[in-house]
Design a protein around this ligand. Structure first.
Ligand SMILES: [Zn+2]
Ligand SMILES: [Zn+2]
Length: 384
C-alpha cells in the first residue's frame, strides 16, 4: 500500500453521506460543502481550501457511476489514489460546470459587485486521443479547437464606427435584471446586452456587435507523461476571447488513452501477464519481459505458482503527483499446452511417475488433512 492512500479519508465520509446515497443526495451534499469551504468565502484559509479540494475529489468519483462502482469495490487504489489533480478553484469550476453554473448557486460566487458576469472569456473544451506509449513518454499534440476569437473587422470592440460602448439602458450597466416569480425575486442575465453591461450604438456588421467571431485554431498541448485516461489538461489563455476587454478563457482538453497489447495499468504501476513454461515455473529461471524501454530479463524463483506477482521496482509509469516511477508487476501465467508434443508428453509422464513417489511438504500436509477428513466422515456415516 502506498503511503498517500492510507492518509486519505473515505469519500463518503468526506461528503457526509451514506454508502447507499442516491446521486441527488451526493450532489446536494457536495454543493453544501463547496459553498461552505469556497476560497472566496474563506480568504487565506488553507484548511478550508484543502476541504474544498477534498470535497471536489470525492464528488468527482462518487458522481460518476463507473468510478463510484470501482471505488466501492477497491477503494482509493481503484480511482488513481495518488491525490487530487485539481490545482485550484478554477480547475474545480472547469470540471463541474453543471453544478457551478446552475441556477442561483453561481450567484454566490464571483458576481459580488453588481452581479456582472466575469470579464474573462469562456473556457472551451476539446478532446484528444493518445496511444499508451505516448501516455508513458509524455507527448505534445496538436488539438483542433473551436472557439470565438476577437472579431477582426471591429478589432473586438463590436462597434462599426469605433465609438466606445455605453452602459446598457435595460440593466443600467449591471448586466443582470431582476424578475419576480411570485414571492421570489430572481436575477437573470440582461437580454439586451447579454450580460456585458454595455451596448454599442452602431454594431459591427460582421459580429453583430458582440466583438467575437467563430474560429477554428490548432493549439499545441503538452500532455504530461503518466496521465490517466479521462483526465483533463488545462491550457491557460487558449479559450475564448473576452468581449469585454478581459483575459481569454482557458482550453480544457480531455485525454483519452489507448490500450496496449501487453501492458495494463494500475495507477502508476504497469501490469503484464507473462506465460512461463512449466519447467521454469517449477525449477526457476529467467523470462523475457516487456518494459517501457524494451525487453528486460526477470528472474523467476523455483516453485513459482501461477498468478504470482514478481515486482520490478521503478519500471512503471511516471508518477503525476510526486515524481519518480511506479513499478512493473509481472504476473506469471503457466503455459500448459492442450496438446503437447511427444517429447513434452514423455517428459511429463516421467514427471508423473516421479511425483507419485516423491511427495513434497505441501502435498504431504494436504494428504494428512484429507485422510483425517475422510476418517471423520466415515465415523459419522457409521453412527447413522
Ligand atoms: Zn466585429
Ligand atoms: Zn444590459
Amino acid at each position: 500500500m502506498r503511503g498517500t492512500m492510507a492518509d486519505k479519508r473515505d469519500y463518503y465520509e468526506v461528503l457526509g453521506v451514506e454508502k447507499t446515497a442516491a446521486p441527488d443526495a451526493i450532489k446536494s451534499a457536495y454543493r453544501r460543502l463547496a459553498l461552505k469551504f469556497h476560497p472566496d468565502k474563506n480568504p487565506g484559509d488553507k484548511a478550508a481550501e484543502e476541504k474544498f479540494k477534498e470535497a471536489a475529489e470525492a464528488y468527482e468519483v462518487l458522481s460518476d457511476a463507473d468510478k463510484r462502482a470501482a471505488y466501492d469495490r477497491h477503494g482509493h487504489a481503484a480511482v488513481g489514489g495518488g491525490g487530487t489533480h485539481f490545482r485550484n478553484a478554477e480547475d474545480i469550476f472547469g470540471a463541474f460546470r453543471d453544478i457551478f453554473d446552475g441556477d442561483l448557486f453561481s450567484s454566490f460566487f464571483g458576481g459580488g459587485g453588481g452581479g456582472r458576469r466575469s470579464d474573462r472569456g469562456a473556457d472551451v473544451g476539446a478532446r484528444v486521443e493518445i496511444t499508451f506509449q505516448e501516455m508513458a513518454d509524455g507527448v505534445t499534440k496538436t488539438v483542433a479547437v473551436r472557439r470565438r476569437d476577437a472579431c477582426g473587422t471591429c478589432r473586438g470592440t463590436g462597434s462599426r464606427d469605433g465609438k466606445a460602448p455605453v452602459a446598457c439602458r435595460t440593466c443600467a450597466g449591471r448586466g443582470v435584471v431582476r424578475r419576480s416569480l411570485g414571492f421570489v425575486a430572481v436575477q437573470q442575465e440582461c437580454p439586451t446586452c447579454g450580460g456585458a453591461g454595455t451596448t454599442v450604438s452602431s454594431p459591427c456588421g460582421d459580429c453583430g456587435g458582440e466583438g467575437l467571431k467563430a474560429a477554428r485554431v490548432d493549439v499545441a498541448v503538452a500532455i504530461p507523461a503518466g496521465i490517466e485516461d479521462r483526465m483533463a489538461v488545462r491550457v491557460p489563455g487558449q479559450g475564448e476571447a473576452s468581449s469585454r476587454g478581459g483575459a481569454r478563457g482557458d482550453l480544457i482538453v480531455e485525454v483519452a488513452v489507448g490500450e496496449h497489447p501487453l501492458f495494463h495499468r494500475d495507477g502508476p504501476n504497469l501490469v503484464v501477464e507473462v506465460p512461463a513454461p512449466i519447467s521454469t515455473a517449477a525449477l526457476g529461471g529467467e523470462l523475457e519481459v516487456p518494459s517501457l524501454s524494451g525487453v528486460i530479463g526477470v528472474k523467476v524463483p523455483p516453485g513459482t505458482a501461477p498468478g504470482r506477482r514478481l515486482r520490478v521496482r521503478g519500471e512503471g509509469l511516471p508518477r503525476l503527483d510526486r515524481g519518480g516511477r511506479g513499478d512493473l508487476d509481472v504476473i506469471i501465467v503457466l503455459d500448459l499446452p492442450e496438446s503437447p508434443s511427444r517429447r513434452v508428453r514423455e517428459a511429463l509422464e516421467t514427471l508423473r511417475a516421479a511425483e507419485k513417489d516423491d511427495v513434497g511438504p505441501t502435498r504431504k500436509r494436504y494428504g494428512d488433512l484429507l485422510r483425517d477428513h475422510r476418517r471423520e466422515a466415515e465415523k459419522k456415516k457409521a453412527k447413522k
